[in-house]
Design a protein around this ligand. Structure first.
Ligand code: SF4
Length: 490
């Protein structure tokens, strides 16, 4: 087994009835593993890729309301999309357990940023587990369903690629699943009353759980102490000097502050080792060293980083020479040579107008040599961004990005009479995440935007066509239909 299989086994052994999610690194393979782990038929649950993470969580919450356990699989940036129902669900309350599996990407292998999902535990005031190994991940997921049912909020499990790929051996055991639907008595309270109930019952229960959980481990060996969480705990354990103490935290929100303060008071120096941001470190005070003091780097943590920090423990601060990595150094992620959209990208480039892109394949046109995009903030963002330009420009959006959230940008553009040309890369797949089928919104778009035209992206008159559309008043949509050779099964 590896971490992926451990997660799937934990979902099956928790009796989860529905798994939803949105593909993306590093969690795409998790949904696929649900299919091929060879689960027994009674373990199988409903699972689907949803069009966006907000919808994915809404489905999971609906399942919970009816008394069935559910899970959401998302990459870290998806946490931004599902944050709305997540934050409200904490005071709204849930029924059967809801677990959100957030795949973070420290090191930014295949993402648009390096954000830390653990922050969402603080924003939504819900529990967060940050396991160090696949074995712990298996236990955390099973615990998370029980905790979710006790405190009546969703619970977040933060995972990373290295953990998901690590080999493991787990002992499987089915959890008790005497789940209940949502208790509708909550509607007898006002919205303010719900918040007060949350702080009288749910949050203190979370804190009590965090202080007493056996998943947090405390090993006292000497005067130097390391506090860590997540995969870095595994790294710390493998290179730790024999006279260093270790507080390995698995439940990181709420923090077990009594336990941590006891650990701090019993040691002379404390190093905090965590990925990606100083989430734990920022909540501690006193003699704590870590990212904020320059001892540890932001982002991914390696054994070399930890060894270096051990050597610098006598220093109050360390000057970290952060050198921003360049595309030249790492090598650009380029559009495939045989991409059917290359002629279209080249034609748009020649028009010399502002261009907003998306987080699908078009993101690879942003850097040299093509340098086509002016901006690409998030999946589905290009239409909204182009509406904000001070002159008529072009929004490039994939069909998956359009369904994910771009469609709201299009509705807003029509509603508020913005001026732009929208180019939809209609290849019917989410090519960046493995070729999952994208919804075809051509009918919906053409009924909503009068000037909608389907084109072949290899059309030699593309530049002229685009230029005519740019000169016209209002919104034009171009549906550029082509098959992605990477996922073409015809
Ligand atoms: S994956 Fe497909 S759509 Fe994306 S750049 Fe390559 S050929 Fe083009």
């Amino acid at each position: 087994m590896n971490g992926l299989h451990a997660v799937v086994a934990a979902l099956a052994d928790s009796g989860v009835k529905m798994v939803t999610g949105v593909p993306g690194f590093p969690i795409t393979e998790l949904m696929e593993a649900l299919n091929d782990l060879g689960l027994k038929s009674e373990d199988l649950c409903k699972h689907e890729w949803s069009v966006n993470e907000k919808v994915a969580l809404e489905l999971a919450l609906g399942s919970s309301v009816c008394g069935e356990r559910s899970a959401v699989i998302t990459k870290h940036v998806g946490m931004n999309i599902l944050a709305d129902p997540l934050v409200t669900s904490a005071t709204h309350t849930t029924g059967a357990g809801v677990v959100i599996i957030a795949g973070d990407d420290p090191g930014v292998e295949k993402s648009q940023n390096e954000q830390d999902s653990r922050f969402y535990g603080m924003v939504a005031e819900v529990p967060v587990f940050d396991p160090s190994t696949p074995e712990t991940a298996y236990l955390c997921i099973k615990e998370a369903f029980l905790l979710s049912e006790k405190v009546r909020t969703p619970v977040i499990i933060r995972l990373t690629y290295r953990l998901l790929k690590k080999e493991c051996k787990i002992t499987r055991k089915k959890s008790a699943s005497n789940t209940a639907p949502l208790d509708k008595k909550i509607w007898q309270l006002t919205m303010r009353g719900k918040h007060q109930r949350f702080h009288r019952e749910s949050y203190p229960n979370m804190c009590g759980y965090a202080e007493n959980s056996k998943l947090n481990t405390y090993t006292k060996r000497g005067d130097m102490g390391v506090i860590s969480s997540g995969f870095p705990s595994f790294i710390v354990d493998s290179i730790m000097p024999p006279d260093f103490s270790h507080l390995s935290l698995t439940i990181v929100n709420p923090l077990p502050l009594e336990l941590i303060n006891r650990f701090i008071s019993e040691h002379e120096r404390i190093l905090v080792v965590e990925e990606t941001e100083p989430v734990i470190e920022k909540q501690l005070s006193g003699k704590v060293l870590g990212k904020l003091t320059g001892h540890m780097p932001y982002g991914i943590v390696t054994a070399g980083d930890v060894k270096k920090a051990f050597k610098n423990l006598d220093k109050e601060t360390v000057t970290s020479n952060i050198t921003p990595q360049t595309i030249e150094e790492r090598g650009a992620r380029l559009i495939c040579d045989d991409c059917p959209y290359l002629p279209l990208y080249n034609a748009i480039k020649e028009l010399n107008v502002p261009v907003a892109g998306d987080l699908g394949c078009s993101i690879m046109t942003a850097s040299p040599p093509l340098s086509l995009l002016d901006a690409a903030f998030s999946l589905g963002s290009s239409i909204g961004t182009a509406c904000g330009f001070n002159r008529k420009g072009i929004a490039i959006i994939g069909d998956f990005g359009l369904a994910h959230s771009g469609i709201c940008g299009l509705i807003n553009a029509v509603h508020n009479k913005h001026e732009l040309v929208v180019v939809v890369l209609q290849n019917e797949v989410a090519a960046m995440t493995g070729g999952q089928v994208a919804p075809d919104l051509a009918g919906l778009v053409s009924s909503y935007v009068k000037d909608t035209e389907t084109i072949d992206p290899k059309d030699i008159d593309l530049k002229k066509k685009l230029s005519t559309k740019l000169k016209k008043k209002g919104i034009s949509v171009i549906l550029a239909r082509a098959r992605c050779p990477r996922f073409d099964e015809s």
